[in-house]
Structure formats: C-alpha cells, structure tokens
Design a protein around this ligand. Structure first.
Ligand code: ME8
Length: 516
C-alpha cells in the first residue's frame, strides 16, 4: 500500500526541446530511471519526474529560424523527448512540460513568495547573455572568441550584449545562508568535487540576479509587472515543485517535497545548487535533500556537437545493440558522476564479455543442464558443501552491498559487485563440473545446479533496475512469479520442484559495428 511506504522523490533535469534528444539526454534518463527503479524494488513509494523546459529566448529564436510558432516547436519536440523516454523504458510518473497550466500557477506562486519576502526589485540589466545556456555573464567572465566575437570564457559559447528593464533577485543576501547550508548538510551536493566547486564559487561573492526579461515574451508572465516574463531558469527550476502538486495539492506536496534526489548534468550545477536553494529559502520552502551531477558523455573522447557531426542518435544505438545492453553499457562503463566515453568497440566488448559470457552463459549452462539432467525441474539440493554455502552467502550479501552503492549513486560499483558474484559462480561451475558429475553423482549435480540457479535468481532480481526486460526474461526462465521479483523476496530460496520453460539465450553475442 503506497501510504505505508516511505516516499522517495527523484527528478531529472528538464531538457530544452529546441532540437532532438541526443545520447547525453538518454544517459541522464537511463541513470535516473535505474535509481528510481532500484528504490521502487527496495520498497519505496517512488515519484519520478521528468519533462521539458519550453520557455526562453533559445526556444523563441529556434522557432523563428524554422519559421514556425514557438508553441508548435515546443509541442513537436516535447513529443520527441517523451517518445525517447518511453523507448528507453523510463518509468517516469509524470512528464512535465513547463507550458502546462499548473506550472504557470506554481511559478507565479513562488514568485509572489520571493517578492513578499522583499527579495525582488526593479532595475536595468546591461550585460552579456548566452542564449544557448540561457545565462547572464559579467564582462569579466567573457572574452574574445576565435572568430573575433564575444564569448563566455568558461564555455566558449557566444554571448550577446543585452540591455533591458529587469526585475532582480537579491541573490547576494543568500551568500552566507548558502554557505551555511553546504556546511551543515554536506550531502546536499554530490559528487564531492561538485560541492567543492559550488562552495568556492559562492565564497567568491554573489551578485544579484536578473530574473525577468522584457525584450521578448515567450515566458511565464511575472505577476504584477506587465511586460515582464520570468527569466527561464526561474520557471524551469520551479518544475520540481509543480510536479508534486505545489501549491494547491498540499497532501501530495507534503508527501514528496523536499525532493530526495535531483539528477542533473555537471554543466547546470550552479543553477541547481546556488540559485535554486536561494529561491526556495526566499520563498520559505524546504531545499532538496540532494542534487547529484553526472558527467558528460563523449563520442570516442570527443565532445559531441552538431558542427563536428558526431552527435550520437540514441535510437541508432538501441537499434544496433538492443535497449538493455545499451542501458547496461553506459551504467557499467562510466563511473557515475564522472565523464565517460562511448565507442561502438567498447560497447561490443562489454556486451560480449559481461552479458553474453558472464551472465548469459551462466544462465544458459545452468538452465540447459537442469533441462537435460532433471527434465526442466529445479532439483532438490542435497548436502550443501562449504563451497556451496560460501557462494550462497556471498550472493545473499549482494542486496546490502548493491544498496550501499546505489545510495551513493555509485551505480557502476553496484554492477561491479553483482558481476563479481557472477564471476565467482562461473568459476564454481567450472570447478564443480556438473556435466561430468552427472555421470556419477546426480544428487551432487542437482545441488550444484540449484546453487547456480539460486545465484542467478538473486543477481537477476538485483539487476532489474538496469536491465528490466532482460532480467524479466531470466526470471521467467527460472519460473519466478511476478509478485516475487522485488527485493523483499531476495531472501526466499528458489522452489525446488518448479517446472522451468525451455531455456532460450537472453544475451546474444555481437559483432563489431558502427551505428553512427
Ligand atoms: O540544461 N552528456 O537542458 P539541456 C551528458 N533545460 N549529459 C548531457 C550532455 C552530454 N553530452 N549534454 C546535455 C538544460 N546533458 C535545462 C535544464 S532543469 C530545471 C533545466 C544533460 O537540454 C545536461 O547536463 O541542455 C542536463 O542535465 C540535461 O542533459 C538537459 O540538458
């Protein structure tokens, strides 16, 4: 029953739908989905929010360049982002669009609260603006780019000179409260390297932030200030509140807010760890418990960009390798929180070694021998040797070990722990040689195969967050009923006497190929 479970609210960044999604977006969705699924299987009442960030100058400019209405651009591309999430098997509970009506109401409400707290004032903005990142820059943070134009020094993105009437947020007032927040709740930002980056940025001093725009109108109107629309990041960040019922559905809001885990990419840490908590403190709303920044994905070590022509289409990868192998690859290969590189060769190598050999072969050997020697019926284990008991004990410890890693968003280490046990089990089966034992000692053969099948059950249950359909196939082959696949059932033992279906291979081998 949902009401008895502990709530867990997890979010992704909401993407700009000014173009089609790329593999970096897919990576964020896959990783957040694995974390959401893990918590759900571990007994939490999870609410998983994702969506699209549809306002701002970039959207308006892109639509104008395409000669279409901004709303039409948003509708078309938001549908593409949603379809990608569905293709990726993302288990989101709501796909929010910042053009949704309830989001307008929520954004205006947080604005009113910040204003009521005395944190908004009218002034003039004169400075640089990066449309691509929707970000203001002081003169000192810009320089002359390679082509002679002005660029943001840290990203190299072009900036344009902007002068307009604007409302400002008293960000400077929050410097000390923010530093105190990072000090008293160090877990609020992960990984540590990002927290250190944020702390030194805030220690360097905060300027007040321009939070309204008056030179275009594609945004949420500022209440009480005609002609002003909100700076896109104010409304974008507020999506996390809207998604759980702010301000009207107080029951839902009190249940899920503050968010337990906000997953974002490392390039938007300042917005989420400086501006966002400052807005919330100003509005008298609790700050999120944790913001975790994943790294960036590179194509063969190179930054993906449209001009270089190396942007990876996630659909092409799924088409080439299958969904679950692609999910596994990114979550195992890249240390979560750090940058990572992708190449078709690396994917093929991982799939063949980890999936086809380690996991697939173990399942195939075990299940086909249960078929051959026991007529597809799970054998009754005979005397359990010390070796059997040690292997089963190692498998039983996996739940705690994997949870420990997932709780620190170390998804790759959780998978490593699971694969260590698969490796041990493969060594066990090679040492015990059940195919030879079957000629002399069928009881011992049955015990060995039972132990292997039991490890497979435990590993398949715990790997579901990363490879939901492949693990479901393995659990089907072990005849584990649907209700016995959550982590609360890890301590059950496989039922001897279960009739198993004819085994089919779950993880085919791949030849090297380049889908890009
Ligand atoms: O930043 N590798 O939207 P966005 C990994 N609308 N992650 C990547 C990536 C890459 N190569 N490129 C982008 C925005 N991302 C804002 C967010 S949230 C209130 C508003 C990640 O479409 C990026 O870090 O540019 C971000 O977390 C997400 O994709 C959306 O990026």
């Amino acid at each position: 029953m949902a009401a008895e479970k502990t709530p867990f609210y997890i979010t992704t960044a909401i993407a700009y739908p000014n173009g089609v999604p790329h593999i970096g977006h897919a990576y964020e969705y896959i990783s957040a989905d694995a974390l959401a699924r893990f918590k759900r299987l571990d007994g939490y009442d999870v609410f998983f929010l994702t969506g699209t960030d549809e306002h701002g100058q970039k959207m308006q400019q892109t639509a104008a360049a395409e000669g279409i209405d901004t709303r039409a651009l948003a509708d078309r591309n938001a549908a593409t982002f949603r379809a990608l999430q569905e293709t990726l098997g993302s288990s989101f509970d709501r796909f929010i669009r910042t053009t949704d009506t309830d989001h307008h109401a929520a954004s205006q409400e947080i604005w009113r609260r910040m204003e009521a707290n005395g944190d908004i004032y009218l002034d003039k903005y004169a400075g640089w603006y990066d449309v691509r990142d929707e970000m203001f820059y002081a003169e000192s943070d810009t320089s002359t780019g390679d082509d002679g134009g002005r660029v943001a020094t840290d990203t190299g993105h072009p900036v344009v000179w902007t002068e307009e009437d604007a409302l400002f947020f008293r960000l400077s007032k929050y410097q000390d409260p923010l530093l105190e927040l990072y000090e008293t709740t160090p877990d609020i930002i992960g990984p540590d390297v990002r927290r250190n980056e944020v702390v030194s940025f805030v220690k360097g001093g905060l300027n007040d932030l321009s939070v309204s725009r008056t030179t275009f109108d594609w945004g949420i109107p500022v209440p009480g200030h005609d002609g002003h629309v909100m700076y896109v990041w104010v409304d974008a960040l507020t999506n996390y509140l809207t998604g759980v019922g702010f301000p009207d559905d107080t029951e839902m809001f009190e249940r899920y807010w503050p968010a337990d885990l906000q997953i974002i990419g490392k390039d938007i840490i300042r917005f989420h760890c400086v501006y966002w908590p400052a807005f919330l403190m100003s509005a008298g709303i609790a700050v999120p418990k944790r913001v975790f920044a994943h790294g960036f994905l590179f194509n063969r070590g190179e930054k993906m960009s449209k001009s270089v022509g190396n942007v990876v289409d996630p659909y092409a990868l799924i088409e080439a390798f299958g969904l679950d192998p692609v999910r596994y690859f990114f979550l195992r290969e890249v240390s979560y929180g750090q940058d990572g590189s992708y190449s078709p060769d690396a994917i093929v190598a991982r799939i063949n070694a980890d999936l086809a050999n380690d996991f697939g072969n173990l399942a195939q050997r075990t299940l086909s021998m249960i078929g051959k020697y026991f007529d597809h019926v799970v054998p009754v284990p005979d005397d359990i040797s010390d070796t059997d008991a040690a292997l089963l004990a190692t498998a039983d410890e996996l739940h705690g070990r994997v949870r420990y890693h997932f709780d620190q968003e170390a998804i790759h280490l959780g998978l490593e722990a699971l694969w260590e046990v698969l490796g041990e089990t493969n060594r066990y089966i090679s040492a015990e040689q059940p195919w030879k034992l079957a000629k002399t000692d069928l009881d011992r053969t049955g015990t060995v195969l039972y132990v292997c099948a039991e490890v497979l059950r435990i590993v398949a249950i715990l790997t579901q967050p990363v490879m939901p359909s492949a693990c479901a196939k393995i659990l089907d082959l072990l005849a584990i009923p649907a209700h016995a696949r959550d982590f609360a059932h890890l301590g059950d033992r496989l039922d001897a006497g279960n009739q198993l279906p004819t085994p089919v291979p779950v993880f085919p081998r791949h030849e090297a190929k380049d889908p890009t």
